[in-house]
Design a protein around this ligand. Structure first.
Ligand SMILES: Cc1ncc(C[n+]2csc(CCOP(=O)(O)OP(=O)(O)O)c2C)c(N)n1
Ligand SMILES: [Mg+2]
Length: 349
């Protein structure tokens, strides 16, 4: 595969799991690890949504449907590489080394004070596109220090309309920084469809305007994601500068648990993308190659569910969050309105 400036879709597995491109070099254990993360991501997304509905979790942004893109963008990074993302990259963060316990705290309204530095992930951003500036800043530092590391940043299709995204791409190109922008194009920015976001056909075309090479990838194809990341990582590590990867995927769930997509999404779209499910196609590939049996698959589902439930039990045993800390950790000298809000919330407890 070479870096392309057009928008040919790069695929290794067809939606029905047939091999249609060159399979990246991955050991059998590596394949199973990727698959395990994807299955874990589905369980994580479905269970977090259910917990929120039961009043046991805060507002949550689903990962369902985007497991290959999330796992693929993180899986080939070394410990020293950095990963920045939005609320949609929670699974990618766990692949990079952020513990599930930290995710539960973050989504559960606690101060996420258990992000280990060694994971090299900044807390995920809610304010759209801010993380791309952080990634470019970190990539600048990496280059300045002459380190062989890379900064990777995930961003949604809608967030590419932010000025920050465009400024970041330009700076990355001008300074030839070791940064990879992964646009998770999941079709929607809440209720705004992708076609209402930009007049260009694909996001790699926006990269071309900044002279940043782009790869348009089937984001529901884990092997294509891995192949694309390998190409972009090699390029960044060898001083070749930034790359933009557009991962074409689909948000099968709601935007967040605060959203109702039945009000704006045609049901036939969900049916279409259901047939392109990233987990089903990778499972078929693994079974065709005798890397996975039905029995092992069932066992794996049970294992990841048990892992999730054990972490939830620990999370639910935590003492309640001291709400005052949410205010105290932000500003040393809070303005009067924040001081008032803090007093009010403490009063209401
Ligand atoms: C600067 C900013 N503007 C608006 C919002 C409100 N908002 C939250 S998510 C979202 C849609 C983002 O869509 P996209 O970038 O495609 O990411 P996705 O949620 O689809 O992963 C919007 C408008 C925000 N968080 N930050
Ligand atoms: Mg989106």
């Amino acid at each position: 595969m070479s870096l392309i400036a057009d928008d040919t879709l790069y695929q290794v597995l067809s939606p029905t799991g047939e091999v249609v491109g060159s399979v990246p070099a991955i050991a059998p254990a590596g394949h199973l690890n990727l698959y395990r993360w994807m299955v874990f991501g589905r369980v994580f997304s479905d269970r977090m949504t259910a917990l929120q509905r039961q009043g046991r979790m805060g507002t949550f942004a689903e990962v369902k449907g985007q497991e290959a893109a999330c796992v693929g963008l993180a899986a080939r990074l070394t410990e020293e590489d950095w990963l920045m993302g939005s609320y949609r990259e929670s699974l990618a963060y766990m692949v990079k080394g952020v513990p599930l316990a930290a995710q539960l705290k973050h989504w559960g309204g606690y101060i996420p004070d258990n992000y280990p530095f060694e994971a090299r992930c900044l807390p995920f951003q809610i304010v759209l596109a801010t993380q791309v500036l952080h990634a470019v800043g970190i990539a600048h530092a990496i280059k300045y220090k002459g380190e062989p590391h890379v900064a990777v940043v995930g961003i949604g299709d809608g967030a590419t309309s932010e000025g920050d995204f465009n400024e970041a791409l330009n700076a990355a190109a001008v300074f030839e920084l070791p940064v990879i922008f992964v646009v998770q194009n999941n079709g929607w920015a809440i209720s705004v469809p992708r076609h209402a976001q930009t007049r260009v056909d694909s996001f790699v075309r926006r990269a071309a305007g900044f002279a940043v090479p782009g790869l348009r990838v089937d984001g529901n194809d884990i092997l294509a994601m891995i192949g694309a990341m390998d190409t972009a990582l090699d390029r960044a590590r060898s001083g070749g500068g930034p790359t933009l990867i557009e991962a074409e995927t689909y948000r099968m769930g709601a935007h967040t648990t605060a959203d109702d997509p039945t009000r704006y999404r045609p049901p036939e779209d969900l049916e279409l993308w259901g047939r392109r499910d990233p987990i089903i196609r990778y499972r078929k590939f693994l079974m065709d190659r005798q890397l996975l049996t039905d029995l092992e698959d069932e066992q794996l589902q049970d294992d990841v569910t048990a892992e999730f439930e054990a972490a939830v039990a620990e999370f639910e045993a935590l003492p309640p969050q001291d709400v005052a800390q949410h205010f105290d950790l932000i500003l040393g000298n809070p303005p009067p309105q924040l001081a008032r809000q803090k007093a009010q919330i403490l009063n209401e407890q």
